[in-house]
Write a protein that binds this ligand. Structure first.
Ligand SMILES: [Zn+2]
Length: 324
């Protein structure tokens, strides 16, 4: 990512995490600035900077993935440049008998020509930096609240990500689906991942998190779901949803001529999309169970899950049977 504003001091900001514990709760915060898929992002919590005594906290989705606030590159480079020029002392933990002292730790990772370099600095007397960081956090929070309008989905737009969470009084009407391309912490490259939680036709709960799926298969489903979304013309969420018994939040991310945008729909009445996602989940489940057990592994006699060297089945938890 080349940016004309980039600071050229021989190092680039990779991530920064700032945790501050203060006797006054409203001077405490915990924030992490990082990048994912070439986007600058922020997670954590902090006291409202626009009056009031609210605590702003980033959320997680139904599969416990963080939902970060998005930053602009202007905000990211402002932070990077101020950090690069700051002259903060090294962090030291306050002694346990000084209850008044602020515990403020800033962990920074820089990328230099010689690899990554970590710093742990004290934020106790960094008022200007604190004001900048909390200001950026408040702006990112406010920007996240503005996305209440739907953008027009042109014929050239392609669906690239879908998240749907529905809560209702009957368990069989509750479900969550997430299909998107992401990088897992354990691997370097991006993968197409599918997470789902729903009840199948027999009322059996199906749950899987981050199943890797073939990009071509995901593409085919994205295409069908995109067609349905265009045809259904679902109302915007929240706002115009019918007064039903369910809360149905469907976020669809589209890509059109290099531009990416997310529309939030009220998913009530999108039964055809549920059937498509459930069919893909079924196909994914079948693929997982039909894999042969790896060398030294075992196929669970109870549920059919291929397991590695683990003692207990990763799927149903029964103990590996003794060898014959
Ligand atoms: Zn099993």
């Amino acid at each position: 990512m080349e940016n004309p504003d980039a600071y050229r001091a021989g190092k680039d900001l990779v991530e920064v995490e700032w945790r501050q514990n203060h006797r006054n709760y409203y001077s405490s915060f915990s924030l992490r600035f990082y990048q994912e898929n070439d986007m600058p992002l922020l997670t954590g919590w902090f006291p409202s900077q626009s009056g009031g005594d609210e605590i702003r906290e980033s959320q997680t989705d139904a599969f416990s993935n963080p939902i970060p606030w998005q930053l602009t590159w202007v905000q990211w480079f402002a932070l990077q440049n101020v950090l690069a020029e700051s002259d903060l002392p090294a962090y030291r933990k306050p002694s346990s008998d000084s209850y008044d002292e602020v515990d403020s730790e800033i962990r920074i990772v820089w990328r230099t020509d010689d690899g990554d370099e970590a710093q742990t600095l004290s934020g106790s007397y960094a008022e200007a930096l604190e004001a900048l960081v909390l200001g950026i956090a408040e702006e990112a929070y406010a920007a996240s609240k503005l996305e209440t309008e739907q953008r027009e989905v042109r014929e050239t737009a392609e669906l690239v990500e879908i998240y749907w969470e529905q809560n209702a009084s009957f368990a069989r009407d509750c479900f969550s689906f997430l299909l998107d391309e992401r990088t897992l912490p354990s691997r370097a490259e991006k993968q197409m991942l599918f997470s789902y939680r729903y009840q199948d036709g027999d009322g059996k709960p199906i749950f899987r998190k981050n199943a890797a799926v073939e990009p071509e298969k995901a593409q085919a489903y994205f295409s069908s779901i995109g067609q349905e979304l265009r045809a259904l013309e679902l109302p915007v969420y929240p706002g115009a949803c019918p007064d039903g018994v369910v809360d149905s939040y469907l976020a669809a991310t589209w890509q059109d001529s290099g531009e990416v945008f997310t529309n939030n729909y009220c998913g009530e009445g999108a039964q055809s999309i549920f059937h498509l996602l459930a069919a893909f989940a079924e196909e994914t489940e079948a693929g997982i169970f039909s894999r042969p057990a790896p060398d030294g592994g075992w196929k669970c006699p109870e549920c059919g899950m291929p397991n590695g060297s683990s003692v207990f089945c990763a799927e149903c938890g029964i103990r590996r049977p003794a060898e014959e």
